[in-house]
Design a protein around this ligand. Structure first.
Ligand code: EPZ
Length: 422
C-alpha cells in the first residue's frame, strides 16, 4: 500500500524511453501455452500484472523466469494443470486469455469466471460464444468456466461484435484457439488494436497461418502444431500517451523514444487540437506545449478511435483548458472513478451518465486522493504534477500494475515524486 507524494507544479523536460506493452505482453505470454518448449519474450515490462501472469502460467505447469538480459523465458513443455485459479484471476482479469490456448492445447480448461471490476461491468459472453462456435462445450460450475473440446476444435466463421464494438481479449482467445483448430476460421468484427496485431504476428512466427492482421476480418488456417518463439513485444501506446499528457499538462517538452506514432493517430490528433505539438523524431517523437490549452470533445472508441485507456489522463489535461470540454466513454460507460478525485483537486467536472462535462479551471490544487484503477491513478499523478502543493496519492499498487516505477521515469525529467512504502 505505497503512497506517492507529488510536489507541483513542475515543468517536465528531457527524454523518456517507453517500455514494452503490458497489454500486448499478456496475451503473448498466454500464446506460449500453444507450443511445447521454451519461448523467449523480450521487452516485457516489469509490472505486477506480468508477475501475476507468470504465476498463473507457473500454476499450469510452465517454468517462467527472467534471463540476464531481462527477457522473459517461458518453458511450456509441461502443462499438467489446465486451471486458472480464482485466487489469481481475481487479481487480474486478463487471466481470462489463457482459456482459448489451454483449450486448444489440452482439450480442456477450467478458468475462474472474472468477478466485478472497478472500471464497470465487464462480461465475457463473447469469448464464450466464440469458443463454442469452434466446437467447445462450455458451462459454468462453482464460479469456474469449464470448457472441453475432447476431439479438438474446428474452424468456423465467428462473429465477435458486441454492444460496445469488438472485444480485445475475446478476439485474442478465439484467435489463439483457432490456430490449432481443424480447417479455416474467419473472425468477423475482430478487434483491430495493435496489441492484437502483435499477438497475430507472434503466432505466425510460431507457425500459425493468420492473414488479415490489423483488419476486422482475421482469417486463420488451422495448423497441426505451433513452435516456441523468440519475440519482442511492441512499445506501450498507453504509457506513451500518458507521458505525452505529462509533457502537455506541465507545459513542458519530452522526447519519447521507442514510441510508435502510427499506433496513436487518434491521440496525436487530439493533442494537436488541444494546442500541443507532436513531432516525429528518430525512434519516437517530441511532445511540447508552449501556449494555452484549448478545450476538446473526446469520444472513446475501439481502435483506431481514441482509446478508453487514455480517457482519464486526458480528463486531467482538459481540466486546465480555457473553456468547456466533453468526454464521452463508449467502451466502459462507468469508467469514471477519477472524476470525484480530480474534483478534490479543484477540477470542475460534472458526470452525466457516460459523459463528463469538463469546465476548465485556471489551476489545480493539491489534495490527498485515492487511486482506484490503473489509468485513473495515472490521471491523478498527472494532475499532481500540475497542481499547486503536495498531492498525496494513496493505493499506488494500482499504478504499479501498468507503469514500471513511474516515479523513477518522471523524476529525471523534472518531476518531484517520492514513494513512501507503508
Ligand atoms: C482490453 O480489455 C484491455 N486489457 C483493457 O486495458 C482495455 O481498456 C480494453 O481492452 C479496451 O480497449 C488488456 O488488454 C489486458 P474488451 P478487454 O473485451 O479485452 C464489452 C488497461 O487499463 N464486452 O475489448 O477485457 C466490454 O464490457 C485495461 O490496461 C462484452 O460485452 O476489453 C466493453 O464494453 C483495462 N462481452 C467492450 O466490450 C465480452 O465478452 C470492450 O471490452 C467482452 C467484452
Amino acid at each position: 500500500m505505497d503512497i506517492f507524494h507529488i510536489e507541483g507544479p513542475v515543468r517536465l523536460s528531457g527524454s523518456i524511453t517507453v517500455n514494452g506493452s503490458k497489454n500486448a505482453s499478456l496475451p503473448i505470454m498466454a500464446a506460449t501455452i500453444l507450443a511445447s518448449g521454451k519461448s523467449i519474450l523480450s521487452a516485457v515490462p516489469h509490472l505486477s500484472d506480468i508477475s501475476v501472469c507468470s504465476q498463473l502460467l507457473g500454476e499450469l505447469g510452465c517454468k517462467v523466469s527472467r534471463n540476464n538480459n531481462g527477457d522473459l523465458c517461458i518453458d511450456s513443455t509441461v502443462i499438467d494443470n489446465p486451471v486458472g485459479d480464482y485466487e489469481i484471476v481475481r487479481r487480474m482479469r486478463a487471466s481470462i486469455c489463457i482459456l482459448g490456448p489451454l483449450l486448444a492445447r489440452c482439450g480442456r480448461a477450467e478458468v475462474s469466471m472474472p468477478g466485478g471490476c472497478t472500471i464497470g461491468y465487464r462480461p465475457i459472453d463473447i469469448h464464450i460464444r466464440g469458443l463454442r462456435e469452434l466446437g467447445a462445450k462450455i458451462h459454468i460450475e462453482n464460479g469456474y468456466i469449464v470448457a472441453e473440446a475432447k476431439n479438438g476444435l474446428t474452424g468456423k466463421d465467428v462473429f465477435m461484435g458486441g454492444p460496445f464494438g469488438s472485444t480485445v481479449l475475446g478476439t485474442a482467445n478465439v484467435l489463439m484457439a483457432a490456430t490449432l483448430a481443424k480447417g479455416k476460421t474467419i473472425i468477423e468484427s475482430a478487434a483491430c488494436e495493435p496489441e492484437i496485431s502483435d499477438l497475430a504476428n507472434c503466432l505466425n512466427k510460431m507457425g500459425a497461418k493468420i492473414t488479415g492482421i490489423g483488419s476486422p476480418r482475421l482469417v486463420i488456417e488451422g495448423v497441426k502444431q505451433l513452435y516456441p518463439v523468440e519475440y519482442e513485444v511492441i512499445p506501450d501506446r498507453v504509457e506513451a500517451g500518458t507521458f505525452m499528457v505529462a509533457a502537455a499538462i506541465t507545459a513542458g517538452q519530452l522526447q519519447l523514444n521507442n514510441c510508435r506514432l502510427e499506433d496513436m493517430m487518434a491521440v496525436v490528433d487530439k493533442l494537436r487540437s488541444i494546442g500541443v505539438t507532436v513531432e516525429p523524431a528518430d525512434d519516437g517523437c517530441i511532445v511540447a506545449r508552449n501556449g494555452p490549452l484549448k478545450p476538446a470533445d473526446i469520444t472513446t472508441q475501439p481502435y483506431p478511435g481514441f482509446p478508453t485507456d487514455l480517457q482519464a489522463q486526458f480528463m486531467a489535461l482538459l481540466s486546465l483548458t480555457e473553456g468547456n470540454s466533453i468526454i464521452i466513454e463508449k467502451i466502459f460507460p462507468d469508467r469514471f472513478m477519477h472524476v470525484a478525485e480530480l474534483n478534490r483537486m479543484a477540477a470542475n467536472l460534472r458526470k452525466e451518465g457516460p459523459t463528463v462535462i469538463v469546465a476548465g479551471v485556471k489551476k489545480l490544487i493539491a489534495a490527498p486522493v485515492m487511486a482506484s484503477d490503473l489509468r485513473a491513478s495515472a490521471a491523478l499523478v498527472l494532475a499532481g504534477l500540475a497542481a499547486e502543493g503536495t498531492t498525496t496519492v494513496n493505493r499506488v499498487y494500482h499504478i504499479d500494475r501498468g507503469y514500471e516505477r513511474i516515479e523513477e521515469r518522471l523524476n529525471p525529467v523534472g518531476a518531484k515524486i517520492t514513494r513512501e512504502s507503508m
